[in-house]
Ligand binder design. Structure first.
Ligand code: NDP
Ligand code: 2IT
Length: 446
């Protein structure tokens, strides 16, 4: 029955979304996990919850024309996939990267449904973005692009409808330009975006939240093995928002972060990464990670991002992009003694890599649980915007920590309840699914 259910859902998903491999991959994992839930809850089967949840409620594709500093006109494609609103307004980031296509936005939007449910906050799932590449563009070019993007998106979003935020290539600068254009077009000052600046409606800790949250989640995984961060060697891929603040928190808890990367290659500093240098390069200069070795000549730079997983470590926090750890990289990590993996990025491990980790006794924190701290803090930003007041750093950080603890507990309990104790992948999928499935059932066939 389980296999039949998985095959029948997947057959339709593949036929209806041809060529969208990342989307198929994300759906396959969830559908496999929830097969026993459907078997135990016939009302979900009758209401065709699984078949409905894999179909976005709405998909918006639009033209984004803009002119560069030389007056040349460019045309990009904009996306917003409003996937599921059963438990709250659509919520999820915007990704600006040349690799963006509909399948990638759909995989991210689908993951977001379950992640957002796990946060315990009232937020539905959505994702958007563009194949625009902010790298090498001037601030004015980025501003014109963002204004053009929002000139279409504004009619589809709103503080009670759909609330975008950042993701790859979208940080404080882009959120500022997007917010300014939304405000101008609608003449309203609302919490329509999260990740806003602290002077104009942003929340303390949102910048740090995804990286911090991942480290809080892995703290619980380590505790279950009777360990803490003190003295552990940590490898973190990427050197963007998630990687930087995962590094900061892991270091604060006593770990030694020895490697970071970008799409060109990776640095290894066996004395421990000097985060001030990384922040100067990435956040201020918008430079490349290889510039780190100019200031710290005892560190090494290696061409090629894939090699980072050959650096021996106790804990790996993949925090760059999807499918960055394949089966062979996972085998290398296990062989080198890695005991825990926390996914800061979305779907960074291939299904084969996940199997290697689970079979190899590695504590594995799947993305939709481990990196949920970012969107959870976005929901706390929405909360503060609605109340028109701001919490202190300590208050938001304490709430974030509580949320990550509750996510961990939900994953463990759901895995136990379905006879797969210790498997947080299955646990996360089941716990996230149950909340959305109950809500969809209660709300009828809509
Ligand atoms: P940033 O744009 O700040 O940083 C992305 C980092 O990953 C850069 O160092 C980038 O290098 C590197 N990278 C390596 N390969 C790729 C590739 N093929 N495509 C894009 N980037 C690549 O993004 P974030 O840190 O915000 O996001 C990193 C991951 O975390 C993503 O998977 C995102 O979906 C996920 N995430 C982010 C959240 C957030 O709040 N920001 C919340 C939850 C998950 P380079 O500069 O060379 O491109
Ligand atoms: O993948 C993610 O959870 C994010 N990029 C954050 C989304 C958000 O709305 O804060």
């Amino acid at each position: 029955m389980s296999n039949q259910f998985v095959d029948s859902v997947m057959e339709k998903v593949v036929a209806r979304n041809a060529g969208e491999l990342e989307f198929h991959q994300a759906v396959q994992e969830v559908v496999e996990s929830i097969a026993p839930v459907i078997e135990r809850n016939p009302e979900f089967a009758r209401a065709k919850i699984a078949e409905r949840i894999v179909e976005p409620e709405r998909q918006i594709l639009f033209r984004v024309p803009w002119a560069d500093d030389n007056g040349q006109v460019h045309v990009n494609r904009g996306f917003r996939v409003e996937f599921n609103s059963a438990i709250g307004p659509y919520k999820g980031g915007l990704r600006f990267h040349p690799s963006v296509n509909l399948g990638i936005i759909k995989f991210l939007g689908f993951e977001q449904i379950f992640k957002n449910a796990l946060t315990t906050m009232p937020i539905g799932g959505g994702k958007g973005g563009s194949d625009f590449d902010p790298k090498g563009k001037s601030d004015n070019e980025v501003m014109r692009f963002c204004q053009s993007f929002m000139s279409e998106l504004f009619r589809h979003v709103g503080p009670d409808t759909d609330v975008p935020a950042g993701d790859i290539g979208v940080g404080a600068r882009e959120i500022g330009f997007l917010f300014g254009q939304y405000k101008k077009l609608t003449n309203t000052f609302t919490g329509v975006l999260t990740g806003k600046g602290l002077d104009w409606g942003g929340s303390l800790v949102r910048t740090e939240a995804t990286g911090y949250g991942t480290v809080y989640f892995v703290t619980r995984m380590l505790e279950a093995r009777g360990k803490d961060w003190d003295g552990l060697k940590v490898v973190i891929s990427g050197s963007g928002n998630v990687a930087i603040y995962a590094t900061q928190k892991a270091q604060a808890l006593g770990a030694k972060v020895i490697a970071l990367s970008d799409s060109n290659g990776y640095i290894v500093d066996n004395d421990g990464i000097k985060l001030d240098t990384v922040r100067q390069i990435k956040e201020i200069r918008r430079g490349r990670i290889k510039e780190y070795v100019e200031e710290h000549p005892s560190a090494e730079f290696h061409e090629g991002w894939e090699g980072i997983w050959t650096v021996p470590c106790d804990v790996a926090l993949p925090s760059a992009t999807q499918n960055e750890i394949d089966e062979s990289a996972a085998n290398t990590l296990v062989k080198n003694g890695c005991i825990a993996v926390g996914e800061g990025a979305n779907m960074p491990s291939t299904p084969e890599a996940v199997k290697v980790f689970l079979d190899g006794g590695v504590s594995f924190g799947p993305a939709k649980a481990a990196n949920a701290g970012g969107v959870a803090t976005s929901a706390l930003e929405m909360c503060q915007n609605s109340m028109r007041l701001n919490w202190t750093f300590e208050e938001v950080d304490r709430k974030l920590k509580d949320i990550m603890d509750r996510i961990y507990t939900q994953c463990v309990e759901a895995a136990d309840a379905y006879g797969c104790g210790g498997n947080l992948v299955t646990g996360a999928n089941i716990a996230g699914f149950l909340k959305v499935a109950r809500s969809m059932t209660a709300q009828g066939i809509v």
